[in-house]
Design a protein around this ligand. Sequence first.
Ligand SMILES: [Zn+2]
Ligand SMILES: [Zn+2]
Length: 343
Amino acid sequence: MRALRFHEPLRVALVTVPDPVPAAGEAVLRVHATGLCNSDVRVYLGEKKAMPGVIPGHEVTGAVVALGEGAAATIGETVSLCPILCCGHCSFCREGFRNRCPSRRTLGYDLDGGIAEYVRVPAPLVAMGQLLPMDPSLPAERRALLEPFACVLNSLEALHVRPGAPFAIVGGGPMGLMHLVAGRLYGAGPILVVEPEPSRRTIAAQLGADAVAHPDDAKRSGDELTRGEGFPAVAVAVGFAEAVPAALGLARRLGSVNLFAGFPPGSVHTLDLNQVHYDEIRMLGTQNAPFALYQRAAQMLPRLDSLDRIVTNRYRLEDAADAYAARLEKQGLKSAVFMADSA
Ligand SMILES: [Zn+2]
Ligand SMILES: [Zn+2]
């Protein structure tokens, strides 16, 4: 099969490798589409670690085409996957936080992922129900959003986003816009999206933001929307340390600020400790999502037509390396790679 290989930072290439054959308990998917995540771009830039030689791609949707002995999956079924391989017995796994398992490995980083014609799904992942059935009539780009949408739901849950409660999103890239779509679905409002790029502010407004603002106007706009009180929930969906003080400035007393995006290694930020203390601000972080939120995301995706606008850049497998270049140049919103006969 053809696959993209990550050799080392700034070097990915299309290669031909043997088709995966499933061992006992394993499944093989014929990949329909795989989304390119900002974390894939961070691996490409050398900011985040992945195994040299790995096939990238963790936002995968496809059809089950082969099963190893005893694998609990159905040939022909369309699925999207939760790409986390965990131990299943540590305290995090037992509490449902497979994403926080100390021995976690992830498809696309530590094991071959989905920027390929086929992907082999490890036995524990099949056995733990992490192939989530999807309606095959849903566009492949939407099915490929299962993982990032589950991550967004985790952010909203951590922030206790509630119906009728103001919600601020710092960053109007694909993940910020998915926070907006999810926030609307939760009934939160008014929702403010803070984003420097005018074209992204326009899309945020079209996707239902009550207000959009350039970072320089964020505080004023936020005060207007919340009568000066600030936001009970603020999501930071951009990996710049400078976004953190701005996010803290938007938070209401007793509000929560979630660091959703990853930051370049060594990013530090000086906190006004008294702001945290006297305003009783909750600073949080979320990364990936507990499995239950993948299940919830799978149920919600069929109703979220607006998410189709998030995938703006479509690539064929042979052009997958270009998908990285487009992200570096910040062309469009999100990239996805579509395999030959499913584009
Ligand atoms: Zn992702
Ligand atoms: Zn574990």
